[in-house]
Design a protein around this ligand. Structure first.
Ligand SMILES: C[S@@+](CC[C@H](N)C(=O)[O-])C[C@H]1O[C@@H](n2cnc3c(N)ncnc32)[C@H](O)[C@@H]1O
Length: 307
């Protein structure tokens, strides 16, 4: 177990991708777009001497924690962190005077263990808490609002499109009925409602899993941020620099694969997606759905000029 109660997923694979980047200069800029508890950032900072670390996280709690506690135990020269989405990198660069170009960029998507483990954040059906699910506490949309106020059609659509639930109709009908009696306001209200309407079908997989995943993706605009963010991050790589992305959802992986393949700025490093080792899957259950893809910025003057 990592010291901050968070395993950095596929750490060896991430390090290998960065170590093989086509960059030959001593001072490097590393951008961590999903800082969390800084597990990956710490390893990168230890490995590369003279590194400046620029970090983003939507979550104020993660930013506060980093400002108080983060000690990279490395020769890292500078450390900056902002509460912002990686999709807003352009405005952070402008407002905070951050560098335009980065040698290594990492996105390790989804929620962190501390977010999942705190009932008050509302991400997990294993912990009692409000139906919140916001990574960015400043954002107005919560899961409670979606469950209690969105139309029947909208609920069916999000569970199908984002949760990949084939037939969410029973669950949605039960939500519509229950919300007439009173607000569905807690993670337990929703998970027990789902359990009652569809029962357990697969041993070891809570029936609410896909429903909670769909709500989280919508509340945090995760797929939209990813599409927008990738385009901008590729532009902010130095020639030869690498962007590494770890996803936990097939829809996210599809976006990464397509954006990397179709980019004029460079090319995917690996044709096939990289998955965790069997050993990591055994040691860290969360890693089982992880997929890693890397992108390398082309070393071509014409692309630089085309920007
Ligand atoms: C899986 S954790 C990252 C863990 C980190 N790599 C570590 O080793 O500690 C994902 C983090 O990314 C943040 N996050 C998710 N989407 C984001 C986005 N679009 N912009 C910025 N941060 C985001 C979450 O708030 C969470 O803290």
């Amino acid at each position: 177990m990592h010291k901050n109660n968070h395993y950095p997923v596929m750490l060896n694979e991430v390090m290998e991708m960065f170590a093989k980047a086509n960059i030959d200069k001593p001072n490097k800029n590393y951008l961590d777009g999903t800082f969390g508890r800084g597990g990956h950032a710490e390893a990168v900072a230890k490995h590369f001497p003279d590194l400046d670390v620029y970090a983003l996280d939507k979550d104020k709690e993660a930013v506060d924690f980093a400002q108080k506690n983060w000690e990279p135990q490395s020769k890292s020269k500078k450390f900056f962190i902002e509460q912002a989405s990686f999709a807003s990198l352009d405005s952070v660069i402008e407002n905070r005077n951050w560098p335009e170009k980065y040698d290594m960029i990492l996105l390790d998507l989804g929620v962190s263990s501390p977010q999942l483990d705190q009932g008050s954040r509302g991400f997990s059906f294993y912990h009692h808490g409000p139906l919140d699910m916001r990574m960015d506490q400043r954002s107005p949309l919560t899961a409670e609002e979606i469950i209690n106020y969105w139309s029947e059609e909208e609920l069916v659509d999000i569970f199908k499109d984002y949760g990949e639930v084939f037939k969410p109709y029973n669950v949605v009908k039960t939500i519509m009925r229950e919300r007439k009696k009173g607000t569905i306001s807690s993670t337990q209200d929703l998970s027990s409602l789902i359990e009652r309407s569809v029962g357990w079908r697969k041993k070891g997989k809570h029936p609410a899993t896909q429903y909670f995943m769909a709500l989280r993706l919508v509340v945090n605009k995760e797929l939209e941020d990813l599409k927008e963010g990738l385009q901008s991050l590729m532009k902010h790589l130095v020639p030869g620099g690498r962007l590494v992305v770890i996803t936990f959802h097939s829809l996210e992986d599809r976006i990464v694969k397509q954006v990397f393949r179709n980019s004029e700025y460079g090319k995917p490093v690996n044709k096939k997606v990289v998955k965790p080792t069997r050993q990591e899957e055994v040691e860290n259950k969360r890693s089982r759905s992880a997929k890693l893809r890397a992108f390398e910025r082309i070393i071509q003057q014409s692309i630089e000029e085309a920007q």
